[in-house]
Design a protein around this ligand. Structure first.
Ligand code: NAD
Length: 540
């Protein structure tokens, strides 16, 4: 059981905290969350329920029933029967649903922004990143799928005499297990690719952030997705999550590296495919010729977007000595001026941490570093005056290998700056980690930046940007090297992983004659020796 789940079951999604709001101040209100709760594939009667509280002020947003393994089995059956019909629909018809969803998400963004903020606590500007991602992903896969899923003619051993096609068949039911940090993107974006490929979904959103996912999948139904094709089972990972992996045809997991290992071993036992997007300790390299203002602004977004609770956010910055002092001073000044807030409107630049667990982990990392000699250049304080889980964005210097946050993912608004003597030293240190998710290079010369990027062991590397350019290039694969993941989302791979490729070959009567090894085996051998010698001179 993860810490988050333990807390959810014991005390409600965000634990108890003195001074929590008791009256409803946030949108949406209880009527709406009760309605959304009624849409999950778990009966309310006969099931315990889990509270979902807002990290913005501790307010009770609603409750969801805690599902069981039996609920997963029933959800799987419904999903399988809906999938059989869905798979017969032309790809263009499936893609049209995604395009309508694209429009709906943009038109009704305020409703989704309210939900994301209420459940996760992030500032509205970072919630809007989720809207952007959702619309772009829906459009990308709607446009890609008809091309990518079309049967493709392949080069055969006897061109013209044997004709072969590669087909892509849906896997069946895809199990999606998602975390709390991007309640819309990480629950729905991968599902969009799986759905357009002809699959059904059984999803377990994180216990802290179920309502955004429920409303988004409802919007997909409003866009024409057949009812029953997506089944949402709320509940803990150790029971509902494992039951999904036990029965799905493929698993898309996003979460921590520790849980990813458990999911991978369970999937391996069943010999089913899986894709895992896991943790990171992402580095940024800053070269001496950089424009300082650009690099500092880039570092601020890279480290503190989404309150630093972003798998691809930057937690380590290696700066060439010549500018390290000026870069660090300017960064500390800029970070100290960031606006924290708890309002459901644009304004604040930094929102809340998502939970008491997150606040405890971030505080412990910073405290451990400070006790062992790290210097605080900005932040390093909880801000209960703003909200129960607010924490000031923090910049540290003099971080050493004996400190917990040197190598472990903090997953919060904390960045460490390290001066380095050369780019080579920066690259060596950046690569000295078990992780390999994302990296960033800031350089005055983009060509040099790209050359440095190619030396970094990370699935995505952004030059003169922290994370968004590579993520938003939907046509390119995104995922982790080393302990940061298995497989990729985005690009052709992000779609085709949800399919089984099937090769269909049709032989002509002449090919059958040529290929007959019986009767005249010597003639057969001679014929094919000649054919192979000739084939070598053909262009393909
Ligand atoms: P987590 O691993 O604790 O939980 C993720 C999901 O897995 C939750 O829904 C949880 O209920 C479920 N789960 C827990 N135990 C399970 C089990 N035994 N079997 C099946 N499911 C189980 O992660 P978290 O704390 O919610 O998320 C933060 C982590 O996720 C960070 O490490 C972050 O870097 C990572 N993350 C990675 C990406 C990426 O794209 N690489 C994106 C977002 C977050």
């Amino acid at each position: 059981m993860t810490d988050t789940e333990a807390r959810t079951e014991a005390t409600g999604a965000n634990g108890s905290n003195p001074g929590l709001a008791t009256t409803s101040q946030l949108r949406p209100g209880r009527t709406e969350t009760d309605r959304l709760s009624g849409r999950v594939a778990v009966p309310a009667e006969g099931r315990e329920s889990a509270e979902v509280r807002s990290p913005l002020n501790g307010e009770l947003l609603g409750v969801v029933p805690i599902g069981t393994a039996d609920d997963v089995t029933a959800a799987m059956e419904r999903a399988r029967s809906a999938q059989r019909v869905w798979a017969t629909k032309p790809v263009k018809e499936r893609a049209a649903v995604l395009l309508r969803y694209h429009d709906l998400v943009l038109e009704q963004q305020d409703e989704l922004l309210d939900l994301i903020q209420a459940e996760n606590g992030k500032a509205r500007v970072w919630a809007f990143e989720e809207i952007l991602d959702q619309a772009v992903t829906a459009r990308y896969y709607a446009r890609l799928a008809p091309r990518a899923l079309k049967p493709k003619a392949k080069l055969t051993a006897l061109p013209g005499l044997v004709r072969t096609w590669e087909h892509h068949l849906p896997k069946g039911v895809i199990g999606v297990i998602s975390p709390w940090n991007y309640p819309l993107v990480l629950a729905v974006s991968d599902a969009l690719a799986a759905l357009v490929a002809g699959n059904a979904i059984v999803i377990k959103p994180d216990s802290q952030t179920p309502f955004t996912a429920i409303r988004a999948f409802e919007m997909l139904e409003e866009s024409g997705l057949p009812k029953g094709l997506v089944q949402i089972v709320t509940g803990p990972g150790r029971s509902v999550g494992t039951a999904i992996i036990d029965q799905a045809d493929y698993v898309m997991f996003t979460g921590s590296t520790d849980t990813g290992r458990k999911v991978a071993s369970q999937a391996a036992e069943r010999l089913i495919g899986m894709s895992a997007e896991l943790g990171g300790k992402n580095p940024m390299v800053v070269t001496a010729d950089v424009d300082l203002d650009t690099a500092v602004e880039g570092a601020v977004v890279a480290a503190f977007a989404n309150t630093g609770q972003l798998c691809i956010s930057i937690e380590r910055i290696y700066v060439e000595d010549a500018i390290a002092g000026r870069f660090t001073d300017q960064l500390a000044q800029r970070v100290s001026a960031l606006r924290l807030g708890a309002e459901q409107s644009y304004g604040a630049e930094v929102g809340a941490l998502a939970s008491q667990d997150q606040l405890d982990k971030v505080s412990a990392h910073v405290q451990d570093a400070v006790v062992k000699g790290a210097r605080v250049l900005a932040g390093a304080k909880a801000r209960p005056d703003i909200g129960p889980f607010h924490y000031e964005p923090t910049v540290l210097a003099d971080v050493t290998p004996d400190m917990d946050l040197y190598a472990d993912e903090t997953f919060g608004p904390v960045v460490a700056v390290y001066p380095v003597q050369s780019v080579d030293e920066a690259v060596d240190k950046a690569n000295d980690t078990q992780y390999g998710l994302n990296a960033s290079v800031y350089s005055g010369d983009p060509k040099h930046g790209r050359a440095i990027a190619a030396r970094l062991q990370a699935g995505t590397v952004n030059v003169n940007d922290g994370y968004s350019s590579a993520w938003a290039t939907l046509d390119a694969p995104m995922g982790g090297m080393k302990a940061s993941g298995l497989g990729r989302r985005h690009g052709h791979e992000g779609l085709l992983k949800y399919t089984e490729s099937q090769t269909i070959a049709v032989r002509s009567p002449l090919a059958a004659k040529l290929q007959d090894p019986t009767g005249d085996p010597r003639g057969y051998a001679k014929r094919f020796t000649k054919i192979l010698k000739l084939a070598k001179h053909l262009p393909r």
